[in-house]
Design a protein around this ligand. Structure first.
Ligand code: ATP
Ligand code: MG
Length: 304
């Protein structure tokens, strides 16, 4: 299977040399450190369509950045708790979690724990309590700003992180709105399959609404194509359509469909830990490097 857009193709290199280089970047992360961003980046990973790779991308991008010398905080904002599971973080009922932080009962510093993926990758878990938050938040003061308040610059300084990824549930409810208000950037994973763009208009409308009323800094900075299957023409059609629509916002790296990627969470691992030499792992490292490279020259958002 060919992955169409490798982020770092080097002119004159054979495909095997390219592949060896990519594998080395996963296996020897110390030699291939990624650059720190010009400012702290808070990215919400959103798409109200279910199963498009939000959680998989959050977990593996965060793991790739942290393995290469960058400190990252991941916030699991989905009551399913899949992000917490994949990062090997406890999320049984009673565990200090994002739910208590949204209620203002605890600081995110108390809820953030190092993941098994890397000591530089912190995770704020979601417990099943979060399932009720969507309704409980409705009657609360500043209901859309709860996560933003919890993610204060002071808290992020204490946690000493350069990147924050917020993994959203598959809905456009109050939890996702909280994530959009708390971030400067939106990362949208799009699955390379039929109906991929369905519902995207609604997501973009919501982002526009949040930008005009609640968070002027918000913009869609990154689109990541996921679960690319090179055997199908459809995958290429979707890829081309997304690229022609969104231009350079779309990362050059495409994440291939890979059994290893889907198996890893079953072992409470990222694919980088589960099978570092796999195509899935290498692609997530490539994508993370693109994100990191973009972050170096990015203008500091207004109002921050
Ligand atoms: P939800 O909307 O339920 O939160 P999601 O958008 O977070 O879903 P994931 O949970 O990341 O999506 O992925 C959905 C399923 O697809 C999972 O079983 C995951 O393991 C699998 N998956 C994700 N990416 C890949 C990939 N590149 N190759 C194969 N399987 C994948
Ligand atoms: Mg998910």
């Amino acid at each position: 299977m060919t992955v169409p857009d490798v982020s770092r193709e080097t002119p004159g290199w054979t495909p095997i040399a390219e592949e060896a280089e990519r594998a080395a970047r996963v296996l020897h992360p110390d030699r291939y450190r990624m650059p720190r961003p010009s400012h702290r980046r808070i990215m919400t990973v959103a798409n109200q369509k279910g199963g498009v790779g939000k959680t998989t991308s959050t977990v593996n991008l965060a793991a790739a950045l942290s393995m290469h010398g960058i400190r990252v905080l991941v916030i699991d904002l989905d009551p399913q708790g899949n992000t917490s599971t994949a990062l090997g973080v406890e999320h049984r009922l009673g565990t200090p979690s994002v739910y208590e932080a949204l209620l203002g009962e605890i600081s995110l510093v108390e809820a953030a724990v190092p993941s098994t993926a890397s000591p530089d990758l912190l995770c704020v878990p979601a417990t099943i309590d979060l399932a009720g938050a969507e309704i409980e938040l409705v009657s609360m003061v500043a209901r859309e700003n709860r996560l933003k308040q919890a993610l204060s610059p002071d808290v992020l300084d204490q946690l000493n992180v350069d990147y924050v990824f917020i993994d959203c549930p598959p809905s456009l409810g109050l939890l996702t709105v909280n994530a959009l208000v708390a971030a400067q950037e939106v990362l949208i994973p799009i699955q390379c399959e039929y109906y991929a763009l369905e519902g995207l208009g609604q997501l973009l409308n919501n982002i526009d609404l949040v930008r005009s009323h609640l968070n002027t800094a918000l913009h869609v900075s990154t689109i990541l194509l996921t679960m690319y299957d090179g055997r199908t023409k459809l995958a290429d059609q979707v890829t081309n359509e997304v690229r022609s629509h969104f231009g350079p916002t779309v990362l050059r790296t495409v994440i291939p469909r890979s059994v290893k990627v889907s198996e890893a969470p079953g072992y409470s691992q990222t694919v980088l830990a589960y099978d570092p030499g796999s195509r899935g792992a290498m692609s997530y490292v490539d994508a993370a490097r693109e994100i990191a490279d973009r972050g170096v020259t990015m203008a500091v958002p207004a109002g921050r």
